[in-house]
Design a protein around this ligand. Structure first.
Ligand code: SF4
Length: 371
């Protein structure tokens, strides 16, 4: 069944990630690729566990790196609300890439996108760009090698590149790739050029063709298909892509989303809020304790288990033990939820402290300062 939809602005239905990869034409990250990556440092659990599971031209990027041609990292955020764990997941991975390969990074805030696609003012999206940037900075990116670019503030850096991209993309292509209709505002149609621009900015900064890798959610692929198509005609290398699955929702759905606040953990949540949300999470447990002791639970469908798998249990042996005990009915959902609540709260307490400190650093990392 292919009754799911994944676009940069909408995810519906149960996602089959293998089907999606085929639909988009991206390449699986296989064992051989993981082995190759292991030469540079300890492989991140998100790679080992197939959360970052697909790519474009990663082999070429590593070939260039081996020759001494360092790449830039580029990822971003559409600032439309508070940061939640689903946003943080790919950023945590980006931090690992920066540490492992010692590379420069560009983080783009597409406040213009959120203004065009949502019912928000430019003032709202600008404020959120700042708030979201604090969460990004709090993850500990290297302040000397990381720049945050806010579309409406740093447009002078992006606009000349965006224009050259725009001249190469026809309206028919935008319509085919993104499904725009006659009623779409024309800003939406132009916007994709702004998401292309930071993929080419490193070549402008360095003054030579510079490889770039973009680790992000696979929902962003439509933008980067356009970016990659126009790259050779503009004299830039095609950006390599590293794609992750969506961070699941606590309600058992495929994507954590602000549309269900009770199933979403925000970086600013209090321990009490986290306890309440995890307490209501969808699990693979049985209706009664007796039944679960007898038949066991199903970690495959359990949001509590998925949170350990995606973010909070890095130790494979411990994770396997949890699955095993669940299936055997040796643990119950109540205790699992208490354990996850405590892991999330330990993480958030440290993150919130670093988020405060980020207020000092964020100006240094902003391209031309936050106004
Ligand atoms: Fe999920 Fe734990 Fe319940 Fe198993 S016991 S279904 S892993 S919450």
């Amino acid at each position: 069944a292919e009754d799911f939809k994944v676009t940069p602005w909408e995810v519906t239905g149960d996602i089959d990630y293998d089907v999606l990869m085929k639909r988009f034409g991206t390449t699986p990250i296989d064992e051989a690729m993981i082995k190759r990556i292991a030469k540079y440092g300890e492989v991140h659990p998100m790679l080992r566990r197939g959360i970052f599971y697909s790519h474009r031209d990663l082999g070429w990027l590593l070939d260039e790196y081996d020759k001494g041609n360092r790449f830039y990292l580029y990822t971003g955020r559409g600032p439309s609300g508070n940061t939640h764990l689903g946003h943080m997941m790919p950023w945590i991975f980006n931090k690992w890439v920066q540490d492992t390969f010692k590379v420069k990074m560009i983080f783009q805030m597409t406040d213009d996108e959120k203004f065009l696609f949502k019912d928000l003012t430019l003032h709202d999206t600008r404020d959120m760009a700042y708030e979201n940037a604090l969460d990004f900075v709090a993850l500990g990116f290297d302040p000397d090698n990381t720049k945050i670019i806010v579309d409406t503030e740093n447009i002078d850096r992006l606009y000349p590149i965006a224009l050259r991209v725009a001249k190469k993309v026809t309206f028919s292509t935008a319509k085919d790739v993104f499904g725009f209709e006659g009623s779409s505002n024309i800003g939406k149609i132009f916007f994709t050029t702004l998401e292309s621009a930071p993929a080419f900015l490193p070549s402008e900064i360095e003054g030579r063709p510079t490889p770039v890798v973009v680790p992000c959610g696979i929902d962003q692929d439509p933008h980067f298909r356009v970016t990659r198509d126009v790259a050779p005609g503009l004299g830039y290398p095609k950006p390599s892509m590293l794609y992750c699955k969506m961070c699941p929702s606590l309600n058992g759905g495929d994507k954590m989303s602000s549309s269900d606040e009770m199933a979403t953990i925000y970086t600013t949540d209090t321990p009490k809020q986290v306890k309440k949300k995890v307490g209501r999470a969808f699990t693979g447990g049985c209706v009664s304790v007796e039944e679960q002791r007898e038949k066991g639970g199903n970690p495959e469908v359990c949001a509590v288990f998925k949170y350990n798998y995606y973010l909070f249990e890095h130790d494979d042996a411990k994770l396997n033990e949890m699955a095993e005990k669940c299936r055997n009915g040796e643990i119950l959902c109540g205790e699992c939820k208490v354990a996850l609540t405590s892991k999330i709260n330990v993480f958030l307490e440290a993150h919130q402290a670093k988020r405060e400190e980020a207020k000092e650093i964020v100006q240094k990392m902003a391209f031309d300062g936050f106004k």
